[in-house]
Design a protein around this ligand. Structure first.
Ligand code: AMP
Ligand code: GLY
Length: 452
């Protein structure tokens, strides 16, 4: 790590400079200076929520996107340029940094930022192993007594193929490392499992075979500071690319919150079952967690089971949960980043709004395969009432217009008194915003409306 992040000397200088500053730390202006790392819909949601806080003075984003450039200062650098980040944190009097994407967290960016003694929301590289190694996550769940699907870990695809005989179909095949939500395949037959094991990402590196679980999925995110766990509003995500849960797994095609599968008032109780024991186990190992911990859950006939952990906010879950957190979100994150979350929530208990949110993701042609990019995005100036366009993969073209820059282009996020109302509005927005090759699922939150 030292090679990438530079020697200790630079951090010593930064710490000395910080100590010389006033306790308020910002450069004279009242309020917090925030830095959001990442440039997708999740980071847009984080920055948007921060921008709605009285305590916030400035927001920088890196690498940002076309939408973030409207209300944050987009920094023209690579987010993993740590030597430059050190200087930026110092020169711009950054108080609070939030690391959005999994790859930056796994690269140890949160560790690097913490050496400058600012408040950082994002776990260390060691603690985030819970996301970047599925076999480590399984080991920790066993140690902490957290219920999960039965599984077997293999050094490579060839040994997994040999082990397949011990598993009944359907069987789930998982790549061990980070795969942007695309590392899981549900094989309905042994032949499908063999086929998966011969294709990327499963054909290289460690692989897990896992019992197929039936039930309803929910995403539960929590703020975790050592052993303190504060649940956020539960949400549901739609992972498959096509209507009716057909097609390949994606990063997420849409989301909504709240959900009857895990009502808001049960979130903290379930977090105590599936997140708190993990937080305690990581603390016990000497790698305490400080950031957002996300549990992908299945509600089965025999209770909650964990499918996976993510070491960050979900995307698109952040887009529908952050708008539901009341109070000064920046102060809440500052308390987490400074390691005083327990004290903060004791004085200011977290509250969720009763409004419902739905996110319909507009995707570029061929996503989750290599997306077609470069097309102009139109209609952003004609959004219906209560609909926001949270930018995902966008950038500015030479003429200053918004163009497609990746797979999940735009999140149409709408609110309503209930899911049905929010859903209708999100779809009205999804029709209004256009670009060549656009596609989206037409059944986001449909099931929730049917049971309501
Ligand atoms: P993961 O990245 O582990 O959350 O997996 C992505 C998606 O694959 C999940 O959201 C589920 O829809 C599905 N999945 C993963 N593991 C299982 C399992 N053991 N049983 C059934 N579906 C699963
Ligand atoms: N929506 C799932 C994830 O963020 O991994």
């Amino acid at each position: 790590m030292k090679g990438i992040f530079g020697g200790e000397a630079v951090y010593k200088t930064i710490r000395e400079h910080r100590r010389q500053r006033s306790p308020r730390r910002s450069a004279g202006a009242p309020g917090l200076n925030c830095l959001v790392l990442g440039g997708g819909g999740r980071e847009y949601a984080i920055a948007w929520r921060l921008a709605n806080c009285n305590s916030v003075a400035t927001i920088d984003s890196l690498p940002g996107n076309a939408g973030l450039s409207l209300f944050t200062r987009v920094l023209d650098r690579k987010p993993d340029d740590v030597a430059w980040l050190d200087e930026h944190v110092l020169a711009s009097f950054i108080d609070l940094a939030i690391v959005g994407p999994d790859d930056l967290i796994a690269a140890g960016i949160a560790d690097a930022l913490r050496r400058s003694e600012i408040a950082v929301v994002g776990p260390s590289k060691d603690a985030s192993k819970i996301e970047w190694s599925k076999s480590f996550a399984k080991e920790l769940m066993a140690e902490a007594g957290v219920p999960t699907a039965r599984s077997e870990s293999f050094a490579d695809a060839a040994s997994a193929k040999d082990g397949l005989g011990r598993w009944n179909a359907p069987v789930v095949v998982k790549a061990d490392g980070l795969a942007l939500g695309k590392g899981v395949t549900v094989a309905r037959t042994p032949e499908e499992a063999v086929e998966a094991l011969a294709t990327p990402p499963w054909n290289s590196g460690r692989v897990l075979l896992e019992e197929f679980l039936e039930g309803e999925e929910v995403s539960l995110q929590a703020l975790v500071d050592g052993e303190t766990v504060v649940a956020l509003p539960p949400a549901r995500d739609h992972k498959r690319a096509r209507d009716g849960d057909a097609g390949p797994n994606t990063g997420g095609m849409g989301a909504f919150s709240p959900t009857a599968v895990l009502p808001d008032d049960q979130a903290q109780t379930v977090a105590a079952e599936v997140i708190a024991p993990i937080a305690a186990a990581l603390a016990k190992r000497g790698t305490p967690y400080r950031g957002v911990l996300y549990a992908g859950l299945m509600k089965t006939k025999v209770g909650w089971k964990v499918l996976e952990y993510n070491a960050r906010f979900g995307d698109p879950e952040a887009e529908v949960t952050l708008p539901r957190i009341e109070g000064d979100f920046a102060k809440l994150l500052l308390a987490l980043g400074e390691g005083r979350l327990a004290e903060y929530v004791a004085a200011e208990p977290i509250r969720f709004s009763r409004r419902a949110y739905v996110d319909v993701v507009l995707c570029a042609e061929n996503y989750p395969g290599p997306p077609r990019t470069g097309m102009a995005v139109e209609g952003l100036d004609r959004l219906p009432e209560s609909v926001f366009a949270f930018h995902g993969a966008t950038k500015r073209g030479p003429a200053g217009n918004v163009i497609v820059n990746g797979g999940r282009v735009m999140h149409m996020v709408a609110s309503g008194d209930n899911i049905a109302e929010a859903r209708d509005r999100a779809y009205a927005g999804a029709e209004r915003v256009t670009f060549e090759g656009k596609f989206y699922r037409s059944d986001i939150a449909q099931q929730e409306v049917a049971v309501a």
